[in-house]
Design a protein around this ligand. Sequence first.
Ligand code: BGC
Length: 962
Amino acid sequence: MKNMRLLLGLILVFTFNTFAHSATEVLNLRTDYLQNPIGIDKSTPRFSWEIVATTRNVKQIAYQIKISTDKDGSNEVWNSGKVTSDNSVNNKYQGPALQPSTRYYLQVDVWTNDKRITSTETAFFETSLLNSGWDNAQWIKSSKINQDAMDESGIPMFRKTFEIEKQSIKSAKIYSSALGVYDLFINGKRVGTTSDDNKIVYDELMPGWTDYSKTVQYTTYDVTNMILQGSNVIGAQVASGWWRGPVCHGQYGNLDLSFIGKLVILYTDGSSKTVVTDNTWRTSSEGAVRMADIYMGESYDARKESAWKTFGYDDSSWLQTNVSNDFKGQLKAFVGPAVQVRPELTRQPVTITQYNGKKENGTTYGIINTIKMLKEPGSIHLKKDETVVYDMGQNMVGWVKFTAKSNAGTQMKIRFGEMLNDSGQSSKGNDGPAGSIYTANLRSAKATLKYTFKGAEEGETYQPSLTFFGFRYCEITATEDVQIVSLSGEVVGSANKEGSSFKTSNPLVNQLYSNIIWGQRSNFLSIPTDCPQRDERLGWTGDTQIFSRAASYNADVASFFHKWMGDMRDSQRKDGAFPDVAPIAWVGYGQGAWGDAGIIVPWNIYLMYNDIDLISENFESMEKHMDFLAAQAGNGFRFNGSGTNYGDWIAYEKTDNRYVSVCYYAYVARLMSKMSAALSVEAGDVYDMKQAKYSTLYEKIKDEYQKRYVHSDGSLKETSQTAYLLALKLGLFPNVKSKENGVAYLTKKIADNGDKLSTGFIGTGTLNQTLSENGAINTAYNLLLQRNNPSWLYSVDQGATTIWERWDSYTLEKGFGDVSMNSFNHYAYGAIGEWMFRYMAGIDTDETAPGFKHIHLQPMPDLRDQLPTGQERITLVEGKYHSYYGPIKSSWKMDKKGKIAYTIAIPANTTATLTLPLQKNTDSFFESGVRADKAQGVTLVRKEAKKVIYELKSGTYNFHVK
Ligand code: BGC
């Protein structure tokens, strides 16, 4: 042990020294957004890396990419040679055609201007099946009659035994998918991916949701270590998922659940063996999972557990499978981070309340009769007629994992809710006694987990895997006495890497930021959903576009949206209209600000990640949507924009829905012009012409907009906050004067409203951003720090831990809001997160050098002359955004005298334009004690009224006023 410590100590010292000396490092080598991805299906994957430097003004001057099939770099497939370029993001593979199912190792040498060559650690990517096919693998289904969502007669399981005759296996890969969601097993163990620290990470709810009429994804797993010499067995269990549960609203015809798989074993002697799905596989529905459905939950009967996943199991009572021809689309390699349990986010209960029935308290339902309350995790002895409620302290998405003991046959029922009934009063929307879980807002979703004990002496541990719940609270009852030894909440969602942080001097604002992050974690689950709890959970496109920029500040969502844009294309209507939910299910197409997401999201992702491929991949579809918009002329107008179903959804103040559609038409025309320009390589090429075409279109829309919506004095006929915000955001005012009047009108309107917003999804999505862009940052701070309803902090004051669907999802006066649509975990209003990063911390992109190659840093401190009653000034902001070049930091701190100091860090291989406000025009800035314009890496660009502008080279800077 002593020696071990010594060794550890030496390693630490050595590592520390290495870091201390190596001023420049190259890290985070990624292939198509991801580190060491398996299942790449592109012929030209792209490579990105980060350069980490401890000194200022470090940039890349050249790079060399080496791709080989062996870890040590031998068997080189492609060597880019030394390329003089400062591009370190999305550099394309340009070697010979990649082979299917092959692992390629890559290494990058980087030359920087500080005369250094630094190599990345060797990373890898592995290709998918590419075009190598499925070797006649067939979709197989169980012959069992279809079940409905609540049917507890068992989900289909499939199994196949096979022999491995040879001695030495070089590799074994399994490719698989399902119509439904599935778990896969080999020789009794669940299949997953082995992480760097040798833990197995499981992908959940595979293959995720795509538009199954066109696409289903398959995954690739390396199972070399799971295959045994001799006898082996593959098993899979499939539940309805998004293929046929109520969540897809019959979109795919309620067809049978099916599975497809291909296992390829390569032997060291060069020969191979393939096992594929066909009608020799066996099937049964007599397993422990009796029911699993996304809205309804899961039922598990541990008495029915068996060794079906292992070889020795007698499957003679199992049936032969049938081949299924239900799927008519394409099987494509899985794209993006999989849905996974995120162990770092696991929650322990903060309160456990055990009760027995209820007591009268003069309200409709009364109040729970509490018999025990724990303020920390602990064991609970639950009697037959009792109920226990666990509070996880955080509204979240996933499931619970528990260990409990009871007699065989006892059934434990777990229900999930986001809120507790506050009073027991039905007039305040309560659906049960005060203290019990509130579930009325789940609508028809039963969201229930049932567990039947097998009676194991040592206790039974379980968590579901074929459904998910949106909850903060869970309620447990049981048919007989149960000892619940432990229970925790596992967070499940698309594993988008989170590298950002945001902190201020105001704890309520910090809680708001946390709520935004949790809204994203909860609703980015295979697709961006509106909500995770009720009978909806759909990929609402309007919500998505509004939140997409905030989302990309919070986490790396490039790959996630890349996948989702595939869903948008698949679900696009023939006339070009993008859908209102993607993958399409239940609702329609082409509504203003909803369908338009198909154009807005690629632009936002391009801005944040310089992902030009996302634009080119979607350009044709985007143009089709533009054709659809062009065809909406009518009623005497040429430019009506998309449909009018939703408008400024659930706003406090009405804006005409058509007005929103027309503005969004101008918005997307402008974006199409910008994206065409981004694709254009030289003047006069086809994209250059499209750029001109779409900017002319924008001008024409603007022209008609002005005739339609602007009075002769330049004021708007639509008078809402949202109407003015859209006109300002999209440059629709006729002249500077009318625009300035517009800003004055809007800020006064907000002030006259008691410093409160009145906007819905559309207006809120751009509220503080547009105010700040137009010099009204003070109004933006007034809104941020408002605590009365409607405001962001009102929900925080009511204990919210996620963003609510409505400003009044819950109010002190009225209790629970409109139950027909009342989610407590909807991210749309979390779009304020975009403002926090872009304006409070001031970390913004530059359209002409996207992906933060050149950064606009424009921290806007809280310099309000007057604070609305009850508000406090923000005196500190610390923002960190992890860009594809590395972390960008921007912090400011105001001292007691009101003087502000700024700390800025921009990564190597980037530059920034820094705009700092001048509190007094005589103020002059110093950087680390030196006059700022003389400091290393800093160039003064100009001084303007109330601000000073510098150009920065990469590095860390401390600015202060003397
Ligand atoms: C969803 C929204 C969505 C809206 C469109 C609602 O049911 O929850 O977030 O955008 O419908 O009307």
